[in-house]
Design a protein around this ligand. Structure first.
Ligand SMILES: [Zn+2]
Length: 270
């Protein structure tokens, strides 16, 4: 299993970083996209030198077989209309599988996608016309290409009225001695939760804000520095603001900043 970061930036980042979407590649070459933001067609092309998401010849190798959506901000779903139309109107393309928590799957369609995707010439459409929908329960898991993905509910925006969560992913291969990894997706600083998850994982990819002001809705670099050193060593930082040059993650005990296009080959079990 490999995880490639198509982008490592925050929501309003530049092409120098792109939004924080990732590509998981199974051992058979099939690909699962983790989040699909507004700049996905550009970050995919830069990563793979193509925007083709369809299977042209029945060979799924190097093609996107599935999409996972963590939450409903546009740097995570803004490319879904493109993805839907691109695959729907490609004659040789099957529907991509769509994995996400069941409640936000409904919300994504009704509050975000329906306006653009709800009809085509002569036909009313639904999310299931574009995607092979595989809703997962809150705290549940799904299996894709013998890789187990467990959803972890992360607080992102707390209003006191309607809280807005992002679903992080605990990922492990079922048949091979691979690392168990955790991707936080967008999250507030959660030291206790991350401490518990770290006991089960060898690598953590953590949302990290590097702006001078703290938004609170993302974990800030300065707060992450207060985590125990053994935990910081497991943490790769991503979703940062452009030019975080005054930060020195390795000197501060982290694994480092993930670079755009960086791929992790996760082979060795801790
Ligand atoms: Zn977000």
């Amino acid at each position: 299993m490999k995880i490639k970061f198509l982008g490592v930036g925050s929501a309003f980042t530049t092409s120098e970083y792109y939004q924080s979407n990732m590509l998981v590649t199974a051992r058979n070459g099939k690909e699962l996209l983790v989040d699909c933001g507004t700049d996905i067609r550009f970050s995919l092309r830069e990563c793979r030198h193509t925007t083709d998401v369809s299977s042209q010849d029945g060979d799924s190798r190097g093609k996107i077989d599935a999409v996972y959506i963590s939450h409903l901000h546009s740097d995570h779903i803004g490319g879904m209309e493109w993805m839907a139309f691109e695959t729907y109107f490609s004659p040789n393309s099957g529907k991509p599988k769509l994995f996400m928590e069941e409640n936000i799957m409904h919300e994504m369609w009704n509050c975000s996608l329906k306006g653009g995707l709800g009809c085509i010439e002569g036909k009313q459409m639904h999310l299931t016309d574009y995607f092979d929908c595989r809703p997962a329960s809150d705290g549940g898991s799904f299996c894709w290409e013998r890789i187990l993905f467990t959803l972890v509910k992360m607080p992102h925006i707390i209003t006191g009225y309607k809280n807005f969560y992002s679903y992080g992913l605990l990922i492990e291969e079922m048949d091979h001695q691979g690392s168990r990894v955790f991707i936080t997706t967008d999250t507030q600083f959660q030291p206790d939760l991350i401490g518990r998850i770290a006991k089960k994982t060898s690598v953590i990819f953590h949302d990290c804000e590097t702006s001078p002001l703290k938004s609170i809705v993302h974990a800030h670099y300065d707060d992450l520095c207060t985590l125990p050193s053994a935990l910081r060593r497991k943490i790769w930082l991503y979703h940062y603001q452009p030019h975080p040059d005054d930060r020195h993650p390795k000197a501060d005990g982290f694994a480092g900043f993930v670079k755009k296009g960086q791929e992790f080959d996760l082979k060795v079990k801790s």
